[in-house]
Design a protein around this ligand. Structure first.
Ligand code: SF4
Length: 445
């Protein structure tokens, strides 16, 4: 789109969208709304604090990217947290059309009401460049939206440039903790102005030109989102294998289970992780395919899990059980549509809603398999465009340098996890979907 100077595509229709069974569809929508409102995360946490609620949680867990992912904890995290935002800046919450979760923050910039920053923006333009001024992050976020630039890639690239300066490799006029020239840098990047305009290329291309590939924090050319995967190794495997590159959503978002949620899935456990990641990646793709916000997938964490006390012996058992169940479901993947021939609306109402909307019989199993089909088609597209298994990678800071030096297990051991992941996906040892898998998914190439 950029090469064609195309900014956006806008479409609209004038005809009514036919619904297969309007009565049953309205009924499931009402039920779904009720379930979302009753759930701790979608009905309470996200509405109260937005995604910024994960700042303090990820900092406590030690995965909040700090100083270009050199550390996982930021001393001033509290000042950029969702709680701080709610107490000091929040005017009201808002959200996408008809969404009952309403995770959007509305804050004031001078006398103008604007959209407040989300977790990813806060992590990458806050702790990752050692900035603790939330007001500035809100302001930069506003300008980035106007410019049409992604705040994750921008924050990751600024932090990379700061580390280049710190190591005396290249000076773009950017330093950790220095904030007075960032706004100008954003415009320089957007308009490719001056020396800083080169930052528009992102960390992959910059590192190939200037060096620093070991701390160029990206996968397949996309800068990583605001979770250090070394104490959330399932997310690390997800980042490395995501078809979009370092995207936490296409990666399967395992950090929600390994670090941020109420069920403590062992964060550095390698064994059953590939199976769980495959399940999560398929689930996230299925939810997106159905046209729903990915946050609706959080209902898969049963509400009672939030009520269990931190000290309860049940917690680690649940964590281990969840870890194993992903792999188990995945091993049965071939039979998924048949082993889950029903819809469990309390966990995943998407299938039933789609059925009443379209008339296509959709069970939970079929729904998840649609996600798997999608993930495989994305993979085939990448292969056609020249990507190989070698691109399922992370910079060596993630794979070889422990995040916590005294804990050797705080790395993303891709060498161990990738072969198991490929097998769990039904791909060959080079990461190419086998003809058997494609046949099973009814993908004809
Ligand atoms: S649809 Fe998703 S992103 Fe939009 S307000 Fe609802 S929860 Fe937030």
């Amino acid at each position: 789109m950029g090469s064609k100077n195309l900014k956006a595509l806008v479409s609209y229709g004038t005809r009514k969208v036919p619904v297969h069974d309007p009565k049953k569809f309205s009924q499931i929508v009402r039920e779904w709304n009720h379930l979302l409102k009753a759930h701790q995360m979608t009905g309470s946490d996200l509405g109260n604090y937005g995604t910024a609620l994960w700042v303090n949680r990820s900092n406590r867990h030690g995965i909040l990217p700090t100083r270009n992912f050199q550390k996982g904890r930021f001393e001033e995290a509290e000042k950029i947290s969702g709680e701080y935002l709610a107490d000091n800046y929040l005017v009201r919450n808002s959200g996408c059309v008809s969404c009952p979760i309403r995770c959007e923050r509305r804050v004031m910039l001078g006398n103008r009401e604007i959209k407040g920053a989300e977790f990813e923006t806060i992590g990458l333009l806050g702790s990752n460049i050692e900035n603790s001024d939330l007001n500035l992050i809100n302001e930069w976020n506003y300008h980035l939206d106007l410019l049409g630039i992604d705040s994750i890639s921008t924050g990751g690239t600024l932090a990379f440039a700061m580390e280049l300066q710190e190591r005396g490799i290249k000076d773009f006029g950017l330093k950790f903790g220095k904030t007075d020239n960032i706004l100008e840098a954003l415009y320089n990047i957007a308009y490719r102005r001056g020396e800083q305009g080169e930052l528009a290329d992102g960390v992959k291309i910059l590192s190939e030109k200037y060096g620093g590939e070991e701390f160029a924090i990206h996968s397949k050319g996309l800068e990583l989102a605001a979770y250090d995967p070394r104490i959330s190794v399932g997310l690390g495997l997800g980042y490395a294998t995501a078809n979009r590159g370092g995207c936490h959503l296409n990666a399967g978002y395992a950090a929600l289970l390994e670090a941020l949620g109420p069920i403590p899935v062992p964060p550095t456990d390698l064994e059953a992780k590939p199976g769980l990641v495959v399940f999560l990646q398929n689930g996230m793709d299925a939810v997106s395919l159905g046209g729903s916000c990915v946050f609706t997938f959080m209902m898969m964490i049963p509400n009672p899990a939030f009520k269990i006390k931190e000290s309860s012996p049940l917690k680690p058992i649940l964590g281990k059980g969840t870890l194993l169940s992903g792999g188990l479901l995945n091993n049965l993947g071939k039979m998924l549509p048949w082993i889950i021939p029903i819809n469990i609306n309390a966990l995943l109402p998407h299938g039933e809603a789609l059925y009443h909307a379209t008339g296509i019989k959709m069970t939970m199993g079929k729904f998840l398999q649609a996600g798997e089909r999608c993930f495989n088609m994305e993979r085939l597209y990448n292969i056609r465009e020249g990507l190989t298994g070698a691109d399922d990678s992370l910079p060596s800071r993630m794979t070889d340098q422990p995040l916590e030096p005294e804990r050797e297990d705080t790395i993303v051991d891709l060498e161990k996890m990738l072969p198991v992941f490929y097998r769990a996906r039904g791909w060959d040892e080079k990461g190419i979907p086998t003809s058997k898998k494609l046949k099973q998914l009814k993908i004809d190439i």
